[in-house]
Design a protein around this ligand. Structure first.
Ligand SMILES: Cc1cc2nc3c(=O)[nH]c(=O)nc-3n(C[C@H](O)[C@H](O)[C@H](O)COP(=O)(O)O)c2cc1C
Length: 204
């Protein structure tokens, strides 16, 4: 049967959320579907207010019980000190039971990221996330170059993302929005991810 894909993201100011929607658009372009989930917030409301965080979107919060129902995952991760945020880690730290039962073993995962600035840690955030994928036995599916080389080699304008996956730069105060090229890269990643998984036989 067709792959069941979940796009799972954490976003405080909406940049990763916009990439998540572009990933979905790419999956749909390939004739697929995906369900969007958010990672639960762990910061207190007062702190979020002080950080000028936007309201949370309507997408359901991912749980250990829910994640095992899917075959493939695109994880959207905003950089924190060149690494993934505590909220992302908090979710994974609640998946000990899933890990023990091998609930994600042999399934597929891709990553997309956001950072404030160039050199702010997009690739190191991808790299840091790999350890979690490895321990759960998730098979990493990078964007690679084949489907996106025209964008990846271009130097005409500032653009996040790499062969690891899509990416955007938010600016120091979140003032920059994902550019057309960053959204295109995210859509290509979604399309490529779907096409890679569509070759695999999944059990009903
Ligand atoms: C505590 C904290 C640490 C951050 N660390 C980095 C960093 O190391 N490098 C960087 O470029 N941006 C850093 N940022 C900026 C975020 O990556 C940026 O706000 C985020 O990617 C925006 O995505 P969002 O709107 O989806 O939340 C940091 C932000 C916060 C709040």
């Amino acid at each position: 049967m067709a792959p069941r894909i979940a796009i799972i993201y954490y976003s405080l100011w909406g940049h990763i959320e916009k990439l998540a929607l572009a990933e979905l658009k790419g999956i749909e372009k390939a004739g697929g579907t995906a369900t969007i989930f958010q990672v639960a917030e762990t910061l207190p409301g007062e702190v979020l207010k002080q950080m000028y965080a936007g309201p949370k979107a309507k997408y359901p919060v991912i749980t250990p019980e829910e994640i095992v129902k899917y075959d493939g995952f695109l994880f959207g991760i905003p950089t924190r000190f060149g690494n993934f945020p505590a909220q992302w880690k908090a979710f994974w730290d609640s998946t000990g039971g899933v890990w023990q039962s091998g609930g994600l073993w042999g399934k597929y995962a891709g990553l997309f990221v956001s950072s404030g600035s160039q050199g702010g840690g997009q690739e190191s955030t991808n790299l840091a996330a790999m350890s979690t994928l490895a321990h759960h036995g998730l098979i990493y599916v990078p964007l690679g170059a084949k489907t996106a080389v025209h964008l990846l080699r271009e130097l005409d304008e500032v653009r996040g993302g790499s062969a690891w996956g899509a990416g955007t730069f938010s600016g120091g105060k979140g003032e920059r929005q994902p550019s057309e090229k960053e959204l295109e890269l995210a859509a290509i990643q979604g399309e490529s991810f779907w096409n890679a998984l569509a070759k695999v036989q999944f059990e009903a």
